[in-house]
Design a protein around this ligand. Structure first.
Ligand code: ZN
Length: 466
């Protein structure tokens, strides 16, 4: 009985852990590596195991850094079941399709570049839309709290991780001969009291915990203060006579923004605005959220029961087509536009930025992390000009960053989750940059827990580990 750390140890993306029980092999997540050095090559590289010899996959949630290499796994011979929550499966469909579209576009761009340079070699996309669809046929859905035997000697229970819809921590009971071990993989954990989603849950106990540490050394900004700030930005924008642009990730953040608008509709005087969800992917994700409203927390369930249908705001327009999106650019004031991409690297937000960024009466509201080198980061960093479609665009609009929206729990949340598990089991930290992982390790040790940071390639003998 063994556990090997493969991806995401010492970095934030590319989650994948390999569990061997009774000679069978199981993957916990199979995520895409994003950012860092040569991610494309690392994603293309062979797995450190034979994909055809993997018996099953357990998927914690739909983010691409947890599920993004599943199509590659299948292409390389994997045909086993992939276990996930039903809402997770529905979101994976959207996220993998988007990933395939981007991979195909990147490959096309690279091939054009090579052709120009006289290089006859062509690259294939990492995976195609067909590959993404094919892998969905392998999914088997398991609801929270239901014990399921996924392989002989491996019993799985998913518990809500409160991170995005359908996200789960993975609670396993493993048997090999006389040996029995309870292993918990946290997946990504959300904040407590987050809107829409339920709080992260724990279970009856464990011999070993594998735990994420993305914000293991940080405190998030207070959510109420964040909402207050959001409200005052929107109220001030109304008096200034401009538009408000909100770059947002299609899955999770867009729904959270919509929910904030819907639940503060009167307080923020939104009735005379035109609100747009300008992203086919975010619209699809919102439909998935709506379909799985049984997973919402109590407050959101009550709201859902009152709202009855999509869109959940009387003046919200779902812009599906490019024409509908372009028409928004004719509106001089009073529009609130939620559009992707979240870091302004592409998508429809780019057009809206082009039309509104140079106008001092407009506002741009960021609510998510902006990576180095992205247009979003350049705007947040206070540059006077940014390049959009090769053109320099003056940044005259007011720029705001809301700090309290995060799908990840902070150090307090992570400690609270751990402390709810009886018996203070030993912890291995994964899925965090080293500073964050070290911060959480020290905080856990201060609470008397045995905590260590996992390194890639490390193999634990679970028989000896507990
Ligand atoms: Zn995640």
């Amino acid at each position: 009985m063994q556990l090997e750390f493969f991806g995401a140890a010492g970095e934030v993306t590319g989650s994948c852990h390999i569990l061997t029980v009774g000679g069978r092999r199981l993957l916990l997540d199979c995520g895409m590596i994003q950012g860092g050095a040569a991610p494309e090559e690392r994603n293309r590289a062979a797995f450190p195991f034979d994909a055809a010899q993997v018996d099953a996959v357990i998927l914690s949630h739909a983010h691409i850094d947890h599920c993004g290499r599943l199509p590659l796994l299948r292409n390389r011979g994997f045909r086993g079941p992939i276990y996930a929550n039903p809402a997770c499966r529905d979101l994976v469909r959207i996220l993998l399709a988007d990933g395939a579209t981007m991979a195909e576009r990147d490959a096309e761009r690279e091939n054009r570049r090579r052709k120009k340079a006289g290089d006859a070699r062509r690259v294939e996309p990492l995976y195609t839309l067909e590959d993404a669809q094919a892998v969905l046929a392998l999914f088997r859905t398991v609801r929270y709290g239901h014990a399921t035997e996924v392989l002989p000697g491996v019993e799985l229970v998913f518990r809500d991780a409160g991170h995005i819809l359908g996200s789960a921590s993975v609670w396993l009971r493993l048997r090999e001969g006389d040996l029995e071990r309870r292993l918990v993989f946290s997946g990504d954990l959300g904040q407590y009291d987050t809107p829409i989603l339920c709080d992260p849950e724990t279970g009856p106990g464990a011999d070993l915990v594998l735990m994420e540490s993305t914000y293991g050394d940080r405190r998030h900004r207070d959510r109420d203060a964040t909402l207050e700030e959001f409200g005052s930005i929107l109220r001030a924008a109304r008096d200034d006579g401009g538009n408000v642009l909100i770059p947002a990730f299609a899955v999770g953040r867009s729904q959270e923004i919509l929910y904030a608008l819907a639940t503060h509709f009167e307080a923020w005087s939104l009735a005379d605005r035109q609100i747009f969800l300008d992203s086919p992917m975010a619209i699809e994700a919102t439909e998935v959220y709506w379909k799985h409203a049984n997973l919402f927390d109590e407050e959101a369930q009550q709201w859902h029961a009152r709202a009855r249908s999509l869109p959940p705001l009387p003046n919200l327009k779902l812009s599906r087509t490019a024409d509908e999106s372009m028409a928004i650019n004719k509106i001089p004031h009073g529009a609130i536009v939620i559009a992707g991409s979240g870091m302004c690297t592409g998508g429809r937000i780019v057009h809206h930025l082009k039309h509104n960024l140079g106008r001092p009466e407009c506002d741009v509201v960021f609510s998510g992390f902006q990576a180095q080198g992205t247009t979003g980061r350049a705007i947040v960093d206070g540059r006077d000009y940014v390049r959009i479609h090769g053109e320099p665009i003056k940044v005259a609009a007011r720029v705001h960053t809301l700090g309290g929206f995060s799908a990840h729990g902070d150090q307090q949340d992570l400690l609270r989750w751990y402390e709810a598990i009886p018996g203070r089991p030993p912890v291995w930290l994964v899925h965090g940059e080293s500073q964050a992982a070290d911060g959480l390790r020290d905080a856990l040790r201060a609470k008397g827990a045995r905590a260590d940071v996992a390194i890639p390639g490390l193999t634990l003998d679970l028989g000896a580990a507990a």
